[in-house]
Design a protein around this ligand. Structure first.
Ligand SMILES: *[C@@H]1O[C@H](CO)[C@@H](O)[C@H](O)[C@H]1NC(C)=O
Ligand SMILES: *[C@@H]1O[C@H](CO)[C@@H](O)[C@H](O)[C@H]1NC(C)=O
Ligand SMILES: *[C@@H]1O[C@H](CO)[C@@H](O)[C@H](O)[C@H]1NC(C)=O
Ligand SMILES: *[C@@H]1O[C@H](CO)[C@@H](O)[C@H](O)[C@H]1NC(C)=O
Ligand SMILES: *[C@@H]1O[C@H](CO)[C@@H](O)[C@H](O)[C@H]1NC(C)=O
Ligand SMILES: *[C@@H]1O[C@H](CO)[C@@H](O)[C@H](O)[C@H]1NC(C)=O
Ligand SMILES: *[C@@H]1O[C@H](CO)[C@@H](O)[C@H](O)[C@H]1NC(C)=O
Ligand SMILES: *[C@@H]1O[C@H](CO)[C@@H](O)[C@H](O)[C@H]1NC(C)=O
Length: 380
Protein backbone atom coordinates (compact mmCIF):
# COMPACT_ATOMS: atom_id res chain seq x y z
CA UNK A 1 0.00 0.00 0.00
CA UNK A 2 1.05 3.59 -0.45
CA UNK A 3 2.16 5.12 2.81
CA UNK A 4 3.89 8.47 2.29
CA UNK A 5 5.70 8.25 5.63
CA UNK A 6 7.16 4.85 4.81
CA UNK A 7 8.25 6.00 1.39
CA UNK A 8 9.89 9.12 2.73
CA UNK A 9 11.73 6.98 5.26
CA UNK A 10 12.72 4.49 2.58
CA UNK A 11 14.22 7.26 0.50
CA UNK A 12 16.17 8.49 3.51
CA UNK A 13 17.91 5.13 4.02
CA UNK A 14 18.75 4.62 0.38
CA UNK A 15 22.45 4.61 1.16
CA UNK A 16 23.13 1.86 -1.37
CA UNK A 17 21.37 3.61 -4.26
CA UNK A 18 23.05 2.72 -7.53
CA UNK A 19 23.99 5.32 -10.05
CA UNK A 20 22.05 4.98 -13.29
CA UNK A 21 23.60 2.74 -15.91
CA UNK A 22 24.30 5.28 -18.59
CA UNK A 23 25.25 2.69 -21.18
CA UNK A 24 22.70 2.87 -23.97
CA UNK A 25 20.46 -0.08 -24.59
CA UNK A 26 21.19 -1.90 -27.80
CA UNK A 27 17.77 -3.39 -28.51
CA UNK A 28 15.51 -0.35 -28.66
CA UNK A 29 14.00 2.02 -26.19
CA UNK A 30 10.40 3.18 -25.73
CA UNK A 31 10.07 6.83 -24.80
CA UNK A 32 6.80 7.96 -23.18
CA UNK A 33 5.18 11.32 -22.79
CA UNK A 34 1.81 12.55 -21.58
CA UNK A 35 -0.05 14.61 -24.17
CA UNK A 36 -1.48 17.46 -22.14
CA UNK A 37 -4.37 19.79 -22.85
CA UNK A 38 -7.06 17.11 -23.05
CA UNK A 39 -7.71 16.22 -19.40
CA UNK A 40 -8.19 18.36 -16.29
CA UNK A 41 -5.90 15.96 -14.39
CA UNK A 42 -3.00 17.24 -16.52
CA UNK A 43 -3.60 20.85 -15.49
CA UNK A 44 -1.47 22.33 -12.72
CA UNK A 45 -4.53 24.17 -11.38
CA UNK A 46 -6.55 20.98 -10.72
CA UNK A 47 -6.62 19.93 -7.06
CA UNK A 48 -6.35 16.12 -6.92
CA UNK A 49 -7.61 15.86 -3.35
CA UNK A 50 -11.02 17.31 -4.22
CA UNK A 51 -11.26 16.17 -7.85
CA UNK A 52 -14.28 13.98 -8.70
CA UNK A 53 -13.87 12.06 -11.97
CA UNK A 54 -17.59 11.23 -12.02
CA UNK A 55 -18.59 14.91 -11.90
CA UNK A 56 -16.29 15.97 -14.74
CA UNK A 57 -16.81 13.49 -17.61
CA UNK A 58 -13.62 11.66 -16.45
CA UNK A 59 -11.86 15.03 -16.61
CA UNK A 60 -12.18 15.37 -20.40
CA UNK A 61 -11.97 19.06 -21.34
CA UNK A 62 -14.69 20.37 -23.69
CA UNK A 63 -13.15 21.16 -27.04
CA UNK A 64 -13.86 20.91 -30.74
CA UNK A 65 -10.56 19.54 -31.88
CA UNK A 66 -9.23 20.46 -35.31
CA UNK A 67 -9.78 16.93 -36.50
CA UNK A 68 -13.47 16.63 -35.66
CA UNK A 69 -16.68 17.94 -37.16
CA UNK A 70 -20.32 17.02 -36.73
CA UNK A 71 -22.73 16.49 -33.88
CA UNK A 72 -20.67 14.23 -31.68
CA UNK A 73 -20.39 13.78 -27.92
CA UNK A 74 -17.20 15.07 -26.34
CA UNK A 75 -15.84 11.51 -26.03
CA UNK A 76 -16.67 10.78 -29.67
CA UNK A 77 -14.78 13.94 -30.65
CA UNK A 78 -11.83 12.87 -28.52
CA UNK A 79 -11.92 9.40 -30.07
CA UNK A 80 -11.75 10.97 -33.54
CA UNK A 81 -8.85 13.13 -32.36
CA UNK A 82 -6.92 10.10 -31.08
CA UNK A 83 -7.61 8.32 -34.38
CA UNK A 84 -6.27 11.36 -36.25
CA UNK A 85 -3.16 11.54 -34.07
CA UNK A 86 -2.41 7.89 -34.81
CA UNK A 87 -3.19 8.24 -38.53
CA UNK A 88 -0.75 11.13 -38.84
CA UNK A 89 1.96 9.75 -36.54
CA UNK A 90 5.35 8.60 -37.79
CA UNK A 91 5.76 4.84 -38.01
CA UNK A 92 7.71 4.68 -34.74
CA UNK A 93 5.03 6.53 -32.75
CA UNK A 94 1.70 5.45 -31.26
CA UNK A 95 -0.93 7.14 -29.11
CA UNK A 96 -2.95 5.24 -26.52
CA UNK A 97 -5.44 6.23 -23.83
CA UNK A 98 -4.84 4.52 -20.50
CA UNK A 99 -7.70 4.43 -17.98
CA UNK A 100 -5.96 3.73 -14.69
CA UNK A 101 -8.26 2.83 -11.81
CA UNK A 102 -7.21 2.56 -8.17
CA UNK A 103 -8.80 -0.29 -6.22
CA UNK A 104 -11.57 0.51 -3.75
CA UNK A 105 -10.84 0.68 -0.02
CA UNK A 106 -9.23 -2.52 1.31
CA UNK A 107 -9.06 -3.84 4.86
CA UNK A 108 -5.45 -2.66 5.04
CA UNK A 109 -6.52 0.91 4.20
CA UNK A 110 -9.14 0.79 6.96
CA UNK A 111 -6.60 -0.63 9.41
CA UNK A 112 -4.05 2.09 8.66
CA UNK A 113 -6.72 4.68 9.40
CA UNK A 114 -7.75 2.79 12.55
CA UNK A 115 -4.26 2.37 14.04
CA UNK A 116 -2.61 5.51 12.62
CA UNK A 117 0.34 5.47 10.23
CA UNK A 118 3.21 5.01 12.77
CA UNK A 119 1.65 1.96 14.43
CA UNK A 120 0.59 0.62 11.04
CA UNK A 121 4.02 0.99 9.47
CA UNK A 122 6.05 -0.31 12.41
CA UNK A 123 3.86 -3.11 13.77
CA UNK A 124 0.36 -3.80 12.53
CA UNK A 125 1.13 -3.67 8.82
CA UNK A 126 3.65 -6.51 9.26
CA UNK A 127 0.99 -8.76 10.77
CA UNK A 128 -1.54 -10.77 8.77
CA UNK A 129 -4.37 -9.01 10.59
CA UNK A 130 -5.78 -8.58 14.07
CA UNK A 131 -8.23 -10.71 16.02
CA UNK A 132 -11.16 -9.68 13.86
CA UNK A 133 -9.79 -8.62 10.45
CA UNK A 134 -7.37 -10.06 7.88
CA UNK A 135 -5.38 -7.72 5.68
CA UNK A 136 -2.70 -9.93 4.14
CA UNK A 137 -3.42 -9.53 0.38
CA UNK A 138 -6.42 -7.56 1.59
CA UNK A 139 -9.87 -7.83 0.08
CA UNK A 140 -12.25 -4.88 -0.29
CA UNK A 141 -14.23 -3.52 2.63
CA UNK A 142 -17.96 -2.83 2.07
CA UNK A 143 -16.96 0.80 1.41
CA UNK A 144 -14.42 -0.39 -1.16
CA UNK A 145 -17.05 -2.52 -2.89
CA UNK A 146 -19.32 0.55 -3.03
CA UNK A 147 -16.49 2.60 -4.61
CA UNK A 148 -15.98 -0.05 -7.30
CA UNK A 149 -19.72 -0.04 -7.99
CA UNK A 150 -19.63 3.77 -8.35
CA UNK A 151 -17.02 3.24 -11.05
CA UNK A 152 -19.23 0.58 -12.69
CA UNK A 153 -22.27 2.86 -12.69
CA UNK A 154 -20.23 5.74 -14.07
CA UNK A 155 -18.72 3.63 -16.86
CA UNK A 156 -22.20 2.42 -17.88
CA UNK A 157 -23.46 6.03 -17.83
CA UNK A 158 -20.55 7.14 -20.01
CA UNK A 159 -21.11 4.27 -22.44
CA UNK A 160 -24.81 5.10 -22.74
CA UNK A 161 -24.72 8.90 -22.81
CA UNK A 162 -21.24 9.75 -24.11
CA UNK A 163 -20.66 6.73 -26.36
CA UNK A 164 -17.22 6.62 -24.75
CA UNK A 165 -14.89 4.15 -26.45
CA UNK A 166 -14.95 0.77 -24.74
CA UNK A 167 -11.71 -0.43 -23.21
CA UNK A 168 -10.30 -2.83 -25.76
CA UNK A 169 -7.89 -4.53 -23.33
CA UNK A 170 -7.91 -4.90 -19.57
CA UNK A 171 -4.97 -5.39 -17.21
CA UNK A 172 -4.94 -5.83 -13.46
CA UNK A 173 -2.54 -6.17 -10.57
CA UNK A 174 -2.44 -9.70 -9.10
CA UNK A 175 -3.42 -8.42 -5.64
CA UNK A 176 -6.91 -9.37 -4.52
CA UNK A 177 -8.17 -5.81 -4.01
CA UNK A 178 -7.53 -5.08 -7.71
CA UNK A 179 -8.81 -8.42 -9.01
CA UNK A 180 -12.02 -7.72 -7.11
CA UNK A 181 -12.29 -4.05 -8.13
CA UNK A 182 -11.84 -4.85 -11.82
CA UNK A 183 -14.57 -7.48 -11.63
CA UNK A 184 -17.03 -5.23 -9.84
CA UNK A 185 -16.31 -2.34 -12.22
CA UNK A 186 -16.48 -4.09 -15.58
CA UNK A 187 -18.10 -7.53 -15.37
CA UNK A 188 -21.71 -6.31 -15.43
CA UNK A 189 -21.33 -3.64 -18.16
CA UNK A 190 -22.92 -3.89 -21.59
CA UNK A 191 -19.72 -4.63 -23.47
CA UNK A 192 -19.27 -5.66 -27.10
CA UNK A 193 -18.48 -9.31 -27.78
CA UNK A 194 -15.32 -8.32 -29.58
CA UNK A 195 -13.89 -6.50 -26.54
CA UNK A 196 -14.88 -8.79 -23.66
CA UNK A 197 -13.85 -8.18 -20.08
CA UNK A 198 -11.05 -10.73 -19.78
CA UNK A 199 -8.35 -8.95 -17.82
CA UNK A 200 -4.74 -9.99 -18.04
CA UNK A 201 -3.23 -10.40 -14.57
CA UNK A 202 0.28 -8.92 -14.66
CA UNK A 203 2.79 -9.28 -11.82
CA UNK A 204 4.41 -5.92 -12.44
CA UNK A 205 1.20 -3.89 -12.11
CA UNK A 206 1.24 -4.75 -8.38
CA UNK A 207 1.74 -2.20 -5.62
CA UNK A 208 5.18 -1.03 -4.54
CA UNK A 209 6.72 -3.74 -2.37
CA UNK A 210 6.86 -2.88 1.32
CA UNK A 211 7.26 -5.29 4.25
CA UNK A 212 3.53 -4.96 4.88
CA UNK A 213 1.59 -8.16 4.33
CA UNK A 214 -0.98 -6.31 2.21
CA UNK A 215 1.68 -6.34 -0.54
CA UNK A 216 2.12 -10.13 -0.34
CA UNK A 217 0.09 -11.63 -3.15
CA UNK A 218 -1.74 -14.93 -3.18
CA UNK A 219 -0.57 -17.88 -5.25
CA UNK A 220 -1.29 -18.16 -8.94
CA UNK A 221 -3.55 -21.17 -8.34
CA UNK A 222 -5.54 -19.25 -5.73
CA UNK A 223 -6.06 -16.39 -8.19
CA UNK A 224 -7.07 -18.84 -10.92
CA UNK A 225 -9.55 -20.56 -8.60
CA UNK A 226 -11.16 -17.33 -7.44
CA UNK A 227 -11.16 -15.49 -10.80
CA UNK A 228 -11.48 -18.32 -13.34
CA UNK A 229 -12.38 -16.04 -16.25
CA UNK A 230 -9.21 -13.96 -15.97
CA UNK A 231 -6.18 -14.43 -18.25
CA UNK A 232 -3.22 -14.90 -15.94
CA UNK A 233 -0.01 -13.90 -17.64
CA UNK A 234 2.37 -16.79 -18.28
CA UNK A 235 5.11 -15.07 -16.30
CA UNK A 236 3.13 -15.02 -13.04
CA UNK A 237 4.85 -17.59 -10.81
CA UNK A 238 2.92 -19.93 -8.51
CA UNK A 239 4.23 -18.29 -5.34
CA UNK A 240 5.09 -14.64 -4.77
CA UNK A 241 8.84 -14.47 -5.35
CA UNK A 242 9.15 -10.71 -4.93
CA UNK A 243 7.69 -10.00 -1.49
CA UNK A 244 9.81 -11.34 1.38
CA UNK A 245 8.73 -9.32 4.42
CA UNK A 246 12.27 -7.97 4.83
CA UNK A 247 13.17 -5.69 1.96
CA UNK A 248 11.23 -2.88 0.34
CA UNK A 249 11.20 -1.49 -3.20
CA UNK A 250 12.46 2.10 -3.43
CA UNK A 251 10.69 4.36 -5.90
CA UNK A 252 13.49 4.27 -8.49
CA UNK A 253 13.28 0.48 -8.59
CA UNK A 254 9.49 0.71 -8.81
CA UNK A 255 9.70 3.16 -11.73
CA UNK A 256 12.11 0.81 -13.53
CA UNK A 257 9.65 -2.08 -13.31
CA UNK A 258 6.68 0.16 -14.16
CA UNK A 259 8.50 1.06 -17.37
CA UNK A 260 9.21 -2.61 -17.98
CA UNK A 261 5.54 -3.58 -17.81
CA UNK A 262 4.47 -0.57 -19.90
CA UNK A 263 7.11 -1.50 -22.49
CA UNK A 264 5.65 -4.99 -22.61
CA UNK A 265 2.09 -3.70 -23.07
CA UNK A 266 3.05 -1.14 -25.70
CA UNK A 267 5.13 -3.68 -27.63
CA UNK A 268 2.49 -6.40 -27.69
CA UNK A 269 -0.97 -4.77 -27.56
CA UNK A 270 -2.10 -2.76 -30.59
CA UNK A 271 -5.30 -1.53 -28.91
CA UNK A 272 -5.60 2.20 -28.28
CA UNK A 273 -8.04 2.13 -25.32
CA UNK A 274 -6.63 0.27 -22.35
CA UNK A 275 -7.85 -0.21 -18.78
CA UNK A 276 -5.38 -0.87 -15.94
CA UNK A 277 -6.60 -1.64 -12.41
CA UNK A 278 -3.82 -0.99 -9.93
CA UNK A 279 -2.78 0.86 -6.78
CA UNK A 280 -2.10 4.41 -5.64
CA UNK A 281 1.65 3.92 -5.34
CA UNK A 282 1.91 1.99 -8.60
CA UNK A 283 -0.26 4.42 -10.58
CA UNK A 284 1.86 7.27 -9.16
CA UNK A 285 4.94 5.42 -10.46
CA UNK A 286 3.37 4.89 -13.90
CA UNK A 287 2.50 8.60 -14.02
CA UNK A 288 6.17 9.42 -13.35
CA UNK A 289 7.27 7.13 -16.18
CA UNK A 290 4.72 8.80 -18.47
CA UNK A 291 5.93 12.29 -17.55
CA UNK A 292 2.53 13.15 -16.06
CA UNK A 293 2.26 15.59 -13.17
CA UNK A 294 1.75 14.16 -9.68
CA UNK A 295 -1.91 13.28 -9.27
CA UNK A 296 -2.88 11.22 -6.21
CA UNK A 297 -5.99 9.09 -6.62
CA UNK A 298 -8.51 8.47 -3.87
CA UNK A 299 -9.56 4.83 -3.39
CA UNK A 300 -11.76 3.75 -6.30
CA UNK A 301 -10.88 6.75 -8.51
CA UNK A 302 -9.94 6.54 -12.20
CA UNK A 303 -7.55 8.71 -14.23
CA UNK A 304 -7.36 8.75 -18.04
CA UNK A 305 -4.05 9.68 -19.68
CA UNK A 306 -3.35 10.26 -23.38
CA UNK A 307 0.08 8.71 -23.89
CA UNK A 308 2.47 9.21 -26.78
CA UNK A 309 5.03 6.43 -27.15
CA UNK A 310 8.00 6.66 -29.51
CA UNK A 311 10.03 3.55 -30.30
CA UNK A 312 13.66 4.65 -30.53
CA UNK A 313 16.68 2.63 -31.69
CA UNK A 314 18.41 3.12 -28.35
CA UNK A 315 18.20 4.92 -25.06
CA UNK A 316 19.32 4.53 -21.45
CA UNK A 317 19.79 0.87 -20.55
CA UNK A 318 17.36 -0.46 -17.95
CA UNK A 319 18.53 -0.21 -14.36
CA UNK A 320 17.49 -2.35 -11.40
CA UNK A 321 18.18 -0.42 -8.20
CA UNK A 322 18.54 -2.52 -5.05
CA UNK A 323 15.78 -3.08 -2.54
CA UNK A 324 16.41 -1.81 0.96
CA UNK A 325 15.81 -3.48 4.31
CA UNK A 326 13.07 -2.05 6.52
CA UNK A 327 12.90 -2.38 10.28
CA UNK A 328 9.83 -2.76 12.41
CA UNK A 329 8.93 -3.42 16.03
CA UNK A 330 8.01 -6.53 18.02
CA UNK A 331 5.28 -4.57 19.75
CA UNK A 332 3.28 -1.49 18.83
CA UNK A 333 5.77 1.40 18.62
CA UNK A 334 5.95 4.48 20.76
CA UNK A 335 5.89 6.63 17.67
CA UNK A 336 7.57 6.89 14.30
CA UNK A 337 9.84 9.45 12.70
CA UNK A 338 10.27 9.94 8.98
CA UNK A 339 14.03 10.36 9.40
CA UNK A 340 14.60 6.76 10.60
CA UNK A 341 14.30 3.48 8.78
CA UNK A 342 10.51 3.15 8.43
CA UNK A 343 10.43 5.79 11.16
CA UNK A 344 10.02 3.20 13.90
CA UNK A 345 10.70 3.97 17.55
CA UNK A 346 10.16 0.68 19.34
CA UNK A 347 9.04 0.22 22.93
CA UNK A 348 10.40 -2.36 25.39
CA UNK A 349 13.80 -4.03 25.04
CA UNK A 350 13.78 -4.35 21.29
CA UNK A 351 16.25 -1.83 19.99
CA UNK A 352 17.17 -3.22 16.63
CA UNK A 353 13.80 -3.66 15.09
CA UNK A 354 13.29 -6.92 13.25
CA UNK A 355 15.01 -7.60 9.98
CA UNK A 356 14.00 -11.21 9.49
CA UNK A 357 10.99 -12.15 7.43
CA UNK A 358 7.88 -12.22 9.50
CA UNK A 359 5.66 -14.65 7.62
CA UNK A 360 6.97 -17.54 9.71
CA UNK A 361 8.81 -19.11 6.80
CA UNK A 362 12.58 -18.91 7.03
CA UNK A 363 14.88 -16.36 8.56
CA UNK A 364 16.65 -13.30 7.30
CA UNK A 365 16.73 -12.56 3.60
CA UNK A 366 20.18 -12.15 2.15
CA UNK A 367 19.20 -9.35 -0.20
CA UNK A 368 19.50 -5.72 0.78
CA UNK A 369 21.60 -4.16 3.49
CA UNK A 370 20.44 -4.01 7.07
CA UNK A 371 19.83 -0.45 8.16
CA UNK A 372 21.54 0.31 11.44
CA UNK A 373 18.99 1.13 14.08
CA UNK A 374 19.88 4.11 16.23
CA UNK A 375 19.89 2.88 19.81
CA UNK A 376 19.36 6.44 20.96
CA UNK A 377 15.75 6.04 19.97
CA UNK A 378 15.16 2.89 22.02
CA UNK A 379 12.85 3.42 24.94
CA UNK A 380 12.11 1.21 27.90
C1 LIG B 1 24.72 -1.71 -18.05
O1 LIG B 1 24.16 -1.89 -19.34
C2 LIG B 1 24.91 -2.78 -20.16
C3 LIG B 1 24.27 -2.77 -21.54
O2 LIG B 1 22.89 -2.96 -21.47
C4 LIG B 1 24.91 -4.16 -19.50
O3 LIG B 1 25.67 -5.06 -20.27
C5 LIG B 1 25.48 -4.07 -18.11
O4 LIG B 1 25.38 -5.33 -17.47
C6 LIG B 1 24.74 -3.03 -17.29
N1 LIG B 1 25.37 -2.88 -16.00
C7 LIG B 1 24.68 -2.87 -14.85
C8 LIG B 1 25.48 -2.69 -13.61
O5 LIG B 1 23.46 -3.02 -14.82
C1 LIG C 1 -6.69 21.09 -2.31
O1 LIG C 1 -7.87 20.88 -1.58
C2 LIG C 1 -7.65 20.54 -0.20
C3 LIG C 1 -8.97 20.17 0.41
O2 LIG C 1 -9.94 21.18 0.20
C4 LIG C 1 -6.97 21.71 0.47
O3 LIG C 1 -6.69 21.38 1.82
C5 LIG C 1 -5.67 22.03 -0.25
O4 LIG C 1 -5.07 23.18 0.31
C6 LIG C 1 -5.92 22.25 -1.73
N1 LIG C 1 -4.64 22.39 -2.40
C7 LIG C 1 -4.38 23.41 -3.20
C8 LIG C 1 -3.03 23.44 -3.84
O5 LIG C 1 -5.20 24.29 -3.43
C1 LIG D 1 -19.00 20.60 -21.35
O1 LIG D 1 -20.12 20.46 -22.20
C2 LIG D 1 -21.24 19.86 -21.55
C3 LIG D 1 -22.34 19.63 -22.61
O2 LIG D 1 -22.26 20.50 -23.65
C4 LIG D 1 -21.73 20.77 -20.44
O3 LIG D 1 -22.82 20.17 -19.77
C5 LIG D 1 -20.58 20.94 -19.46
O4 LIG D 1 -20.96 21.83 -18.44
C6 LIG D 1 -19.35 21.47 -20.16
N1 LIG D 1 -18.25 21.45 -19.22
C7 LIG D 1 -17.47 22.50 -19.02
C8 LIG D 1 -16.36 22.32 -18.01
O5 LIG D 1 -17.61 23.54 -19.62
C1 LIG E 1 -26.97 16.15 -31.56
O1 LIG E 1 -27.06 14.85 -30.99
C2 LIG E 1 -27.89 14.81 -29.83
C3 LIG E 1 -27.81 13.41 -29.23
O2 LIG E 1 -26.82 12.64 -29.81
C4 LIG E 1 -29.30 15.17 -30.19
O3 LIG E 1 -30.09 15.16 -29.03
C5 LIG E 1 -29.32 16.54 -30.82
O4 LIG E 1 -30.62 16.84 -31.28
C6 LIG E 1 -28.35 16.62 -32.01
N1 LIG E 1 -28.28 17.98 -32.50
C7 LIG E 1 -28.32 18.27 -33.77
C8 LIG E 1 -28.21 19.71 -34.12
O5 LIG E 1 -28.44 17.41 -34.62
C1 LIG F 1 -9.00 -4.79 13.91
O1 LIG F 1 -8.81 -3.72 13.01
C2 LIG F 1 -10.00 -3.11 12.57
C3 LIG F 1 -9.63 -2.00 11.63
O2 LIG F 1 -9.22 -2.52 10.40
C4 LIG F 1 -10.80 -2.58 13.73
O3 LIG F 1 -12.02 -2.05 13.27
C5 LIG F 1 -11.05 -3.67 14.74
O4 LIG F 1 -11.67 -3.12 15.88
C6 LIG F 1 -9.74 -4.32 15.14
N1 LIG F 1 -10.00 -5.46 16.00
C7 LIG F 1 -9.53 -5.53 17.23
C8 LIG F 1 -9.86 -6.78 17.99
O5 LIG F 1 -8.82 -4.64 17.71
C1 LIG G 1 -17.84 -10.46 -10.19
O1 LIG G 1 -18.86 -9.48 -10.08
C2 LIG G 1 -20.16 -10.01 -10.26
C3 LIG G 1 -21.10 -8.84 -10.22
O2 LIG G 1 -20.85 -7.99 -11.29
C4 LIG G 1 -20.46 -11.02 -9.18
O3 LIG G 1 -21.72 -11.60 -9.44
C5 LIG G 1 -19.39 -12.10 -9.19
O4 LIG G 1 -19.60 -12.96 -8.08
C6 LIG G 1 -18.04 -11.49 -9.07
N1 LIG G 1 -17.02 -12.51 -9.19
C7 LIG G 1 -15.96 -12.54 -8.40
C8 LIG G 1 -15.01 -13.65 -8.65
O5 LIG G 1 -15.77 -11.72 -7.52
C1 LIG H 1 21.91 7.00 -26.45
O1 LIG H 1 20.58 7.37 -25.98
C2 LIG H 1 20.34 8.76 -26.03
C3 LIG H 1 18.94 8.98 -25.49
O2 LIG H 1 18.87 8.61 -24.16
C4 LIG H 1 20.48 9.27 -27.45
O3 LIG H 1 20.31 10.66 -27.45
C5 LIG H 1 21.84 8.91 -28.01
O4 LIG H 1 21.89 9.28 -29.35
C6 LIG H 1 22.09 7.43 -27.87
N1 LIG H 1 23.42 7.11 -28.34
C7 LIG H 1 23.64 6.10 -29.16
C8 LIG H 1 25.06 5.88 -29.53
O5 LIG H 1 22.76 5.38 -29.58
C1 LIG I 1 8.61 -21.37 2.40
O1 LIG I 1 9.95 -21.31 1.95
C2 LIG I 1 10.32 -22.40 1.10
C3 LIG I 1 11.79 -22.28 0.79
O2 LIG I 1 12.14 -20.94 0.53
C4 LIG I 1 9.45 -22.36 -0.16
O3 LIG I 1 9.77 -23.45 -1.00
C5 LIG I 1 7.98 -22.45 0.25
O4 LIG I 1 7.17 -22.31 -0.91
C6 LIG I 1 7.64 -21.35 1.23
N1 LIG I 1 6.26 -21.51 1.69
C7 LIG I 1 5.39 -20.51 1.70
C8 LIG I 1 4.05 -20.82 2.23
O5 LIG I 1 5.70 -19.39 1.31
Amino acid sequence: MYTPLALAATAAILVSAQTLNVTNSTSGYTSYSTVTGYFLQDEATTNASTFDYTATNFGLINSSYPATTGNLTQWQKFEAQVDALNANAPLNTVYKVLFMGRHGEGYHNAAQTFYGTPAWNCYWGEKDGNATTTWEDADLTPAGIAQALVAATFWQHQITTQLIPYPQSYYTSPLTRCLRTANLTFSALDLPHYYPFVPTVRELFREGISIHTCDHRSSRSSIAARFPSYAIDASLTENDEIWNGVTAEPSDAQDARSKKVLDSVFASDDHAWISITSHSGEIASILRVLGHQVFSLNTGAVIPVLVKAAFLPSGPAPSSPAYTTSTHCAAPPVTSLASLAQGCVCSGTVVGGITTRIDGNGTSSSSGSVAAYPTAYATS
